[in-house]
Design a protein around this ligand. Structure first.
Ligand SMILES: O=c1ccn([C@@H]2O[C@H](COP(=O)(O)O)[C@@H](O)[C@H]2O)c(=O)[nH]1
Length: 271
């Protein structure tokens, strides 16, 4: 999916919601365990219930890898089940020396046909560029993460006066464009949103950390939204684990709808 198509989806659904498919076999409703593929069955019902309110889906790959071959099969089926007009994110946080990164890119872009993958910037340009060589595919580079430990390195002030995460934003803009490069900025970092938006006015930001991690949707939307949308805000546990009963999908749908309605209001302010 390209920049214009993503922007169009945000406009037509009045939503920049990304549903996180962090599907944990120990958390899904008991009655699904009798299914042949409980993880896929759970994802399928969550997707059906939330599809009208979401523009993107983000399976966190760890939850599938943890189950071995069966997990990879559930992931593949989930990706195949998702409609082509939603944006798909492999939250895999990859990145290695160039020839290895190329193999990661082939795995997620060619084998699994994801639109995008999260990549760690720490190994630098040659670890990121192989992902950027794929047409209409995206790198989502970790810039300022939502977790407490993100402060250990990302706020480090460099000799130049800029912080490490600012340097990631500045330098990486030479590697890709707004058409193939997005950034992860945690919803818990709402104080930094205004300044980050100035550094990357046109790039999309993937924002995890609303819901279970307590990020403020209104605050981050105020500074993060731009005229193309410019944001994909992820919620995983806050949507998919609203109920552990037979009504789990309905509850997920209602939670996604509530977020979409709130987002609609924020989008109207920038249009
Ligand atoms: O900075 C980051 C980067 C990635 N994540 C991932 O997003 C989801 C958040 O899940 P919630 O249940 O909505 O908290 C999860 O897959 C994380 O691994 C992040 O939280 N922060």
């Amino acid at each position: 999916m390209n920049y214009q198509e993503l922007s169009h989806q945000i406009n037509s659904k009045s939503s920049y919601l990304c549903v996180g498919l962090d599907t944990d076999i120990n958390k899904i409703p008991q009655q699904l365990l009798k299914e042949k593929d409980p993880i896929f069955e759970f994802n399928k019902q969550i997707i059906d219930a939330t599809i009208d309110y979401a523009v993107a889906y983000k399976p966190n790959i760890a939850f599938y890898e943890a189950l071995g071959i069966k997990g990879w099969e559930s992931l593949q089926k989930t990706i195949e089940y998702l409609p082509k007009d939603v944006f798909t994110i492999a939250d895999a946080k990859r990145g290695d020396i160039g020839n290895t990164s190329k193999m990661y890119a082939k795995a997620f872009f060619e084998q699994m046909n994801f639109d995008s993958i999260t990549v760690a910037p720490y190994m630098g340009s040659d670890s990121v560029e192989p992902f950027l060589e794929f047409e209409d595919k995206w790198v989502i580079l970790l810039a300022l993460t939502s977790n407490e430990g993100g402060k250990d390195f990302q706020f480090e002030e460099l000799k130049s006066g800029e912080t490490l995460y600012q340097k990631v934003l500045d330098v990486s803009q030479k590697w890709g464009t707004k058409e193939n490069l997005m950034y992860v900025v945690g919803a818990t970092r709402s104080k930094e949103f205004q300044e980050i938006r100035k550094s990357v006015p046109d790039h999309f930001l993937l924002v995890p950390g609303v819901g279970a991690q307590g990020g403020d949707l209104e605050e981050l939307s105020k500074y993060g939204l731009n005229e193309n949308g410019g944001l994909l805000v992820n919620s995983s546990r806050g949507i998919i684990y609203g109920s552990s009963d037979t009504n789990f999908a309905d509850v997920a749908g209602a939670k996604a709808k509530a977020i979409q309605e709130e987002m609609k209001g924020y989008l109207e302010r920038v249009c």
